[in-house]
Design a protein around this ligand. Structure first.
Ligand code: 5AD
Ligand code: SF4
Length: 481
């Protein structure tokens, strides 16, 4: 485990070791010397900021970046006017890319005033060759660029920024490597994400993830369990197991195991109170998983089950490998077996060739499944994906109209679902002090719903029973009982 490592004892006068993670420990020790020298030269602490775009996977990666920055002697801040700023980027939709370019412009302003400033970019967007070309041409002030496959090398690359002038670019096409035991700086002391697998093999026709995150690789169950045990010993009560498609976890291990079997092992960890996971592909969701969820005392009553479209024709074009009927049957089976479960979903509007009739079917599906919540996205054309080459891209006006109609129905069903809990007493994990209303704290129910209750910071990180007094659409105002 990383906890036992003393960086000050590492000899940095010789060559770096070949093996990981020892090689990165060596570079962390070296970076620490650079940061110390810089701190002494400037006579002030060095500040760093990690900015996350995108999903829970990226949020977890950012905690790893922050862990290294902190270990090598930077102080972490949420101010972009810092000595080291790294953007951990997302590219699932084009607007994520546009946001990065916009914010890079702002960083350039800061860098002009503080020439010592280092700017780094990593994450999914960096795996796209066109992006690198654009950065090389128009964003010369960026110091370091790396991708998703070599994020474990951050300490080594950080060192390089102290040793070389100009833009450092290191992008790998793919990897079969998983490096364990690097430091992590968690955002919340009481809850944590845990990667159980990386990459995706599904190649949904609209999605860029398989191209930028590579093929599926599962972590060894013993490494996962050990990490969770360590987190629990450190005060974590809720974990979220992370993977692009957790239902295919373990298939490529030397000793294959199923996701449901992994969950059974995780459940046994004493002191752990809540287990969440994300994301489930409907085509791989097993009866075994439903059974394990049903029997579990710790697995939260929430399943995120991306639908993407309610039309079998579009699903086929999307390469989702299930029909409308199969999805509906699955959702109904889950609701039957686990009646108090909340089901949430992702839906894309405006996939090439989508007609009003297809959209009608999606809307109808929302009503049938009664989603507790749904994330709705406008289709975004991603270069290199099969859908980008499809004809019949849907006119913008039609997409917008369809999106608004869908959103209305999604909100209606979410409200109806939320209202069903009126007056109940449920367990909430209090996550933070409410920033907008003094005197309130915000908690999350097992079914992922938000509840605000009177209280102060003493409650943060605690599991408490709350009564759900007033339903406000998607959240409740309640009180601790
Ligand atoms: N356009 C719009 N939404 C997309 N998603 C993935 N790729 C695209 C795209 N090209 C959505 C899917 C997925 C979620 C994480 O992002 O709904 O489930
Ligand atoms: Fe993208 Fe489909 Fe993989 Fe999800 S399952 S990451 S939507 S390719």
């Amino acid at each position: 485990m990383y906890d036992g490592i003393n960086l000050d004892k590492i000899d940095i006068s010789g060559q770096p070791p070949e093996n990981e993670p020892e090689r990165q420990y060596y570079f962390m020790a070296k970076a620490r010397a650079y940061v110390k020298a810089e701190r002494e030269r400037l006579g002030r602490p060095l500040m760093s900021e990690v900015v996350t775009f995108g999903c829970q996977m990226n949020a977890r990666d950012s905690e790893k970046l922050a862990g290294i920055l902190q270990q090598v002697g930077y102080e972490l801040t949420e101010d972009e006017n810092a000595d080291f700023v790294i953007f951990n980027t997302c590219t699932v939709r084009d607007n994520a890319n546009q946001r990065v370019y916009g914010r890079l412009g702002e960083l350039n302003g800061y860098k002009r005033r503080n020439p010592e400033m280092k700017i780094a970019l990593c994450g999914c967007m960096m795996q796209e060759p066109e992006v690198i070309e654009k950065l090389k041409k128009s964003y010369r002030f960026v110091d370091l660029i790396f991708g998703t496959h070599n994020i474990f090398k951050f300490a080594e690359l950080l060192c390089a920024t102290f040793e070389t002038e100009g833009m450092i670019i290191d992008i790998w096409k793919d990897t079969d490597k998983i490096v364990e035991d690097l430091p992590v700086e968690r955002k919340y002391p009481f809850k944590s994400g845990i990667n159980i697998m990386f990459g995706c093999n599904n190649f949904c026709s609209y999605c860029i993830v398989p191209y930028v995150r590579g093929r599926e690789r599962s972590r060894e169950p013993k490494d996962i369990i050990r990490e969770i045990e360590q987190l629990v010993a450190d005060g974590v009560v809720e974990i979220m197991l992370l993977g692009q498609n957790v239902n295919s976890y373990g298939k490529n291990l030397d000793k294959p195991i199923t996701f449901a079997q992994l969950l059974r092992e995780v459940e046994k960890i004493e002191g752990l109170q809540r287990i969440r996971f994300m994301t489930s592909h409907p085509k791989d969701l097993s009866d075994e998983l439903i059974q394990v969820m049903k029997e579990s005392k710790k697995i939260c009553r929430h399943l995120h089950l991306p639908l993407q479209s309610g039309s079998t024709r579009i699903l086929q074009q999307m390469n989702r490998r299930y029909t409308r009927e199969q999805y509906l049957e699955l959702a109904q089976r889950i609701r039957r077996e686990i009646p108090d479960i909340a089901i949430t979903t992702d839906i894309i509007v405006g996939f090439p060739g989508e007609t009003l009739e297809d959209l009608e079917q999606t809307i109808d599906m929302v009503r049938e499944v009664k989603y507790d919540n749904a994330f709705t996205f406008i289709y975004s054309k991603r270069t290199g994906t099969p859908a980008a080459a499809m004809e019949n891209q849907v006119p913008e006006e039609q997409v917008k109209e369809g999106f608004d109609r869908l959103l209305k129905v999604v909100q209606e069903t979410a409200r109806e679902q939320a209202a069903k809990h009126q007056g109940k007493i449920m367990e909430a994990l209090i996550e933070e002090v409410n920033e907008s209303t003094p005197g309130l704290v915000t908690g999350r129910l097992s079914n992922n719903m938000i509840v605000h209750v009177p209280g102060n910071e003493i409650l943060v990180g605690k599991l408490v029973q709350v009564s759900l007094d007033e339903c406000h659409g998607f959240y409740y105002i309640g009180r601790v009982v």
